[in-house]
Structure formats: structure tokens, C-alpha cells
Ligand binder design. Structure first.
Ligand SMILES: [Zn+2]
Length: 130
């Protein structure tokens, strides 16, 4: 199996009400997103999929979060708070829908909210993200 990873960054604000820590206050992060896709077969050029195309998809998706207040952004709510965990799953779901190439699937997305803390969403094999 071959796996590709691209990295895209965005800045946004969020507020996590259920965390009895400083995250309860409105604050922002410069998130670093790592998105991975995998597949078994390479095309005639010897690549799984074009990096530019993959990065374009991730940039377009992340662009919908950039410089936003995530709690009020599409797909997030009190039931689906914009934690790094949920952001990773949110991106994985939309990335899989954007990739039209047969045999290429999103395997995982990591959302780094600081240099030393990230949440990873691993897409279940054969299943779509929650
Ligand atoms: Zn935070």
C-alpha cells in the first residue's frame, strides 16, 4: 500500500465548553493539518495521485475554517464542538467526498493545535468517517 501525506495550515478561534480548563475561554490556534490518503495501485506515471490535486482539495476544505469562529461554522454545534478531534474527522469526511479517484481513500487526518499536541482521526477501514 502507498500512502501520501500533505500538510496545510489555518488559523481560527474556538471555545470548548465541556473542558474545565482554560479552553473554556474563547481562544485561537494556528492549526497544522496533516491529511493522508492511501491506495494499492499507482497510475502509469508511477504516482498514487497528484500531490497538487490532493493539496488543493485539503486547502479548499480547510479554507472553509480559516479565520472563522469554529463554533458557528458549518458542521459544528454544541453537539459537535470544534475540538481538534472533531476538526480532524470533519476534514477527513469532506476530503473523502472530494476525492473522485477510485482506489484512493483517506486513511487519517491529524490536527496539530500546538507544536506538541495533536489529535488524529483514523478513518475505519472500509467505512466512511462519522
Ligand atoms: Zn483550543
Amino acid at each position: 500500500m502507498y500512502e501520501l501525506k500533505v500538510i496545510v495550515r489555518f488559523a481560527a478561534a474556538h471555545q470548548l465548553k465541556m473542558v474545565a480548563q482554560k479552553c473554556e475561554n474563547l481562544h485561537g490556534h494556528n492549526w497544522k493539518i496533516e491529511a493522508c490518503v492511501a491506495g494499492e495501485h499507482l497510475n502509469s506515471a508511477g504516482v498514487l495521485m497528484d500531490f497538487g490535486e490532493l493539496k488543493g482539495h485539503v486547502k479548499a476544505i480547510v479554507g472553509r475554517l480559516d479565520h472563522r469562529f469554529l463554533n458557528e461554522s458549518e458542521g459544528f454545534s454544541d453537539e459537535m464542538p470544534p475540538s481538534s478531534e472533531n476538526i480532524a474527522a470533519w476534514i477527513a469526511e469532506r476530503l473523502q467526498a472530494a476525492i473522485r479517484q477510485p482506489g484512493v481513500r483517506v486513511t487519517r487526518v491529524r490536527a496539530w493545535e500546538s507544536e506538541d499536541a495533536c489529535a488524529q482521526y483514523v478513518v475505519p477501514a472500509g467505512g466512511s468517517p462519522a
